[in-house]
Design a protein around this ligand. Structure first.
Ligand code: ADP
Length: 304
C-alpha cells in the first residue's frame, strides 16, 4: 500500500524548432496537453506495478483539474484526498521541446502550492494505513514535514525524492526520511559533491548520513543507480536501450521501487534492477504517463 503526497500538473508540450530569442514572435509546430507532475507520475507507476495507491494533493476547479482526476482514476489511484480548490488553477508545466530533443521547462505550482498542513492532517488515515509514503518538492515543504511526522508516528516507511532540488532542506525532514532518492544533479545541489566515480558516490552517501538520512539511492540516468543503505553499498547498472524521451524516467524508478522494496531493505539490489528495467521502458516511449509500463511489461522485459 503506497500513499503519494505530491504534484498534479497539466503538461503542455510546445513543439518548437528552437528556443525563441528575446522579443521574438515565433510559430510553433504543435502543442499538446497531457497529465503529468512528479507526484502523479510516481503514483501511476506504483499503481501500474500493482500497488494499492492513494494520492494526497490538490487541483483547481478547472478542466486541467478534471483531466488530472480522470488520469488518476483511469490508473486506479485513489483520489479521495485530492482537494478541489476554488480560485486557483491546477498546476501546470510548459515544456519547450526543441527538434533536437532538448527541453526547457516552466512550472506554475498553482493548486499544488496551495496545499496546507491541515490537508496533510486530514489525510492522516490514508498516510497511516500505507506501508510507504512518497513525496517530492513540488508541494510545500511544511506539508511534507507534517505528512512524514504522521507517517513515522505510524511506522510507515518514508521515501523522499528531493526534486526539484533545493539547498537547506530542514534536518527535521531528513531525519524523518527512511530513504532519499535524488538524481545526480539533485544530489550535488544538496551535498555540494559532484557525482562522478564510485568515490564521489560514497562521499555523497556519507554526507547524506551526516545530514540525517541513513539510506540513499542516486539515479544516474543511462548508467543506472547507486545505493548505500544500512545493508551495504553498490551500483546496479541500467539496461541498454534506445532512449527517445527520458521524461518520467526518474518518476517511474521511484514509483516502481516503492512498490517492490522490502521495507527492511533486504532486497534493495533486486528492487533497483526491477526499477531500472521499468524506467528503461519509459524512456523508449514519448511523454510521461503513456510511457510508464505495467507489472507484466516489466516482467516480460526482464525475462527476455
Ligand atoms: P531523472 O529522470 O530524475 O533525471 P535519471 O535520468 O537518473 O532520473 O533516470 C532514472 C532511471 O531511469 C535511471 O536510474 C535508469 O534506470 C533509467 N534511465 C534513464 N535514462 C536511461 C537511458 N537512457 N537508458 C536506460 N535507462 C535509463
Amino acid at each position: 500500500k503506497i500513499t503519494v503526497l505530491g504534484s498534479l500538473n497539466a503538461d503542455t508540450i510546445l513543439h518548437i524548432s528552437r528556443l525563441p530569442k528575446q522579443g521574438e514572435t515565433m510559430a510553433m509546430n504543435n502543442a499538446s496537453t497531457a497529465p503529468g507532475g512528479k507526484g502523479a507520475n510516481q503514483a501511476v507507476a506504483a499503481a501500474r506495478m500493482g500497488a494499492q495507491t492513494k494520492f494526497v494533493g490538490a487541483v483547481g476547479q478547472d478542466q486541467n483539474g478534471e483531466m488530472m482526476l480522470a488520469a488518476l482514476q483511469a490508473n486506479v489511484v485513489d483520489s479521495n484526498h485530492v482537494q478541489k480548490l476554488a480560485n486557483i488553477g491546477t498546476g501546470s508545466a510548459y515544456i519547450l521541446l526543441e527538434e533536437d530533443g532538448n527541453n526547457t521547462i516552466l512550472i506554475h505550482g498553482g493548486a499544488n502550492q496551495a496545499l496546507t498542513v491541515s490537508d496533510a492532517q486530514n489525510a492522516s488515515e490514508a498516510i497511516a494505513a500505507a506501508d510507504v509514503l512518497v513525496a517530492q518538492f513540488e508541494t510545500p515543504l511544511e506539508v511534507t514535514l507534517k505528512a512524514f511526522e504522521i507517517a513515522k508516528q505510524n511506522g510507515v516507511f518514508t521515501i523522499l525524492n528531493p526534486a526539484p532540488a533545493k539547498q537547506g532542506i530542514p534536518t527535521e525532514l531528513l531525519e524523518l526520511t527512511d530513504l532519499i532518492i535524488p538524481n545526480e544533479t539533485e544530489a550535488e545541489i544538496i551535498t555540494g559533491i559532484a557525482v562522478s566515480d564510485d568515490a564521489s558516490m560514497e562521499e555523497n552517501a556519507r554526507k547524506f548520513r551526516e545530514l540525517g538520512v541513513q539510506n540513499l539511492i542516486i539515479t544516474v540516468g543511462a548508467r543506472g543507480a547507486y545505493y548505500s543503505t544500512i545493508n551495504g553499498a553498490g551500483f546496479v547498472p541500467a539496461f541498454k536501450v534506445d532512449a527517445v524521451d527520458t521524461t518520467a524516467a526518474g518518476d517511474t524508478f521511484i514509483g516502481t521501487l516503492a512498490s517492490q522494496l522490502e521495507l527492511d531493505l533486504s532486497n534493495v539490489i533486486e528492487a533497483i534492477r526491477f526499477s531500472n528495467r521499468a524506467s528503461s521502458i519509459t524512456v523508449q516511449g514519448p511523454g510521461a504517463l503513456p510511457s510508464i509500463p505495467n507489472l507484466e511489461q516489466v516482467k516480460q522485459a526482464l525475462a527476455s
